[in-house]
Design a protein. Structure first.
Ligand SMILES: C[S@@+](CC[C@H](N)C(=O)[O-])C[C@H]1O[C@@H](n2cnc3c(N)ncnc32)[C@H](O)[C@@H]1O
Length: 242
């Protein structure tokens, strides 16, 4: 796991509050795919420092569960929100073994899946844990944007990429998986979920005041991709519901 989310967790928490990539591109684009959340039981998968948790609590969700692999991130979330959230450490590569079947109305999973090699167990768990009629909204690196990091030159290969990012004001090594749109969508649909919306996000005009060059880049190039996927009512789960 990258030190970005352990050693630098506190600095990361500070930066993502109002930076361009998270606050002015990723969060508004993910939030645009979410419906009314009042009273909904929500799981925040890969919750990080709790920027989403804060917003989800403001939407008056029902039970909010925050999950992350990083103990430092989970401590930040517990310190900020106390008993208002149920927060625990879990490597999501193993799915959601502690969550009950048909127990969540909504799952959010922003900017986490590119850290996970095999998406199959993740989406199988998501499908199991969502209530029929529930949905997940997730975002990840855009396959088109990440293809420029490819060493093999084969878009369809999954590749582990290592980069240094300046997110926290000092270069930190980060490893992530670049993969094709086909691989992402097959992991979703093979689990039984149905993709209902895909978006490539929209940079907020306010980014122009922070950095005109970054704004222009994000206005002209895709950076993240956003999915909403539904657990539809089948004849079988309609019967078991009634
Ligand atoms: C880019 S941050 C996003 C945090 C939060 N979702 C947000 O958008 O503000 C990625 C988060 O994913 C977590 N993460 C990375 N790999 C993970 C894994 N295998 N299981 C659970 N969490 C993971 C990191 O610890 C980090 O908190």
């Amino acid at each position: 796991m990258s030190e970005m989310y352990t050693k630098h967790a506190v600095k990361y928490a500070e930066v993502v509050k109002d930076n361009i990539y998270n606050a002015l591109l990723e969060r508004p684009s993910t939030m645009a795919l979410l419906g009314d959340l009042q009273g909904k039981d929500v799981i925040d998968m890969g919750c990080g420092s709790g920027e989403y948790a804060q917003w989800l609590l403001e939407q008056s969700v029902g039970r909010l569960t925050c999950i992350d692999i990083s103990e430092e991130m989970i401590d930040l979330v517990k310190n900020k929100f106390g008993l208002n959230v149920h927060a625990y450490c879990q490597n999501l590569s193993q799915g959601l073994p502690l969550e009950k079947d048909n127990s969540a109305d909504v799952i959010v999973c922003p900017l986490v899946l590119h850290y996970i090699e095999n998406l199959t167990p993740v989406f199988e768990s998501v499908c199991r844990v969502l209530k029929p009629g529930g949905y997940i909204v997730f975002s990840t690196h855009h396959p088109f944007a990440d293809f420029e990091c490819s060493e093999s030159g084969n878009y369809f290969n999954r590749e582990l990429v290592e980069e240094e990012w300046d997110t926290v004001g000092t270069p930190v090594k980060v490893q992530f998986y670049r993969r094709s749109l086909t691989e992402i969508s097959e992991a979703v649909t093979n689990s039984g979920l149905l993709i209902s919306k895909i978006s490539e996000g929209m940079i907020d005009e306010k980014a122009k005041d922070l950095s005109e060059s970054t704004y222009n880049h994000l206005k002209n190039n895709p950076n993240f991709i956003f999915f909403r996927c539904e657990k539809v009512h089948t004849q079988q789960n309609i019967k078991s519901d009634s």
